[in-house]
Ligand binder design. Structure first.
Ligand code: ADP
Length: 212
C-alpha cells in the first residue's frame, strides 16, 4: 500500500502515520524526521537544511526529492510506504509521480486531514507547552514566528496539492479535528472502501497482461 498524508503542520500526520505502519506493515517516511536527522548528524545536506527549517521555510525540492528517492528504493519499502510531509510542493508531487512510474507503481490514496487554522495554532502551542513541562527539547521551528511561516508555506505551496490529487481522483478527505482514534477509524474506513476497486484494477491488469 502506498499512501500520502496531506495536511497543515499540527494536523496529526505523524500520529496517524504510525498507526498505519503498525496495521499495514509498511514504512513511514517523514521528510521532516529525515531532515532533522541529517541536521543532527551534520551532513552537508543537514547543514544546508538546518537554517531553512528553523526559519519555517521549505527546503529546496531537489534536496527532499533525493532523500525520498533513496529511501523508497530500500528493501523494507517493498510492501509500501506512507509519506508524511512529502510531497509539499507541486514540483515534488510531479517528481514523485515520475519516481513511481519508473518503478511501475501507483499511489493507493492521498489522505487529506482537514483542519481549522485556529485549532492548529492551539494544538501546536499545547504540544510545545507539554514538551517543555516534560523537560524535552522543543523543535527550533516551534516558535510563533516559524510557525506562522510554516502555515503560510502550507497555504501557498502545499495546499495546491489538494487540487492536484483531486484532479487525479486519488484524494480522500477526513476531518482532522476529530480525536486521534476517530481520525484513525475514518482513515481505515476509506482505505477499506478503496480496496475492492484496487483488487478489481489488479484483476483487470492481469487479464490485460495475459491477453484474456
Ligand atoms: P510539520 O508537518 O509540523 O510542518 P515536518 O517535520 O514535516 O513538520 O517538517 C519540518 C520542516 O522540514 C519544514 O518546515 C521544512 O522546512 C522541512 N521539510 C519537511 N518536508 C519537506 C518537504 N517535502 N519539502 C521541503 N521542506 C520540507
Amino acid at each position: 500500500m502506498r499512501l500520502i498524508l496531506l495536511g497543515p503542520p499540527g494536523a496529526g500526520k505523524g500520529t496517524q502515520a504510525k498507526n498505519l505502519v503498525d496495521k499495514h506493515g509498511i514504512i513511514q517516511l517523514s521528510t521532516g524526521d529525515l531532515l532533522r536527522a541529517a541536521a543532527a548528524a551534520g551532513t552537508p545536506v543537514g547543514k544546508r537544511a538546518k537554517e531553512i527549517m528553523a526559519r519555517g521555510e521549505l527546503v529546496p525540492d531537489d534536496v527532499v526529492v533525493a532523500i525520498v528517492a533513496e529511501r523508497i528504493a530500500q528493501p523494507d519499502a517493498k510492501n509500501g510506504f506512507i509519506l508524511d510531509g512529502f510531497p509539499r510542493t507541486v514540483p515534488q508531487a510531479e517528481a514523485l509521480d515520475r519516481m513511481l512510474h519508473q518503478r511501475g507503481l501507483d499511489l493507493d490514496a492521498v489522505i487529506e486531514l482537514k483542519m481549522d487554522e485556529d485549532a492548529l495554532l492551539k494544538r501546536i502551542q499545547n504540544r510545545v507547552a507539554e514538551m517543555k513541562a516534560r523537560g524535552e527539547a522543543v523543535r527550533a521551528d516551534d516558535t510563533p514566528e516559524a510557525l506562522h511561516k510554516r502555515l503560510e508555506a502550507y497555504r501557498v505551496q502545499t495546499a495546491p496539492l489538494i487540487a492536484f490529487y483531486s484532479d487525479k481522483g486519488t484524494l480522500r478527505s477526513v476531518d482532522g479535528m476529530a480525536g486521534i482514534a476517530e481520525v484513525a477509524k475514518a482513515i481505515d474506513q476509506l482505505l477499506a472502501a478503496a480496496q475492492p476497486s484496487r483488487a478489481a484494477d489488479q484483476r483487470a491488469a492481469e487479464r490485460r497482461s495475459t491477453g484474456r
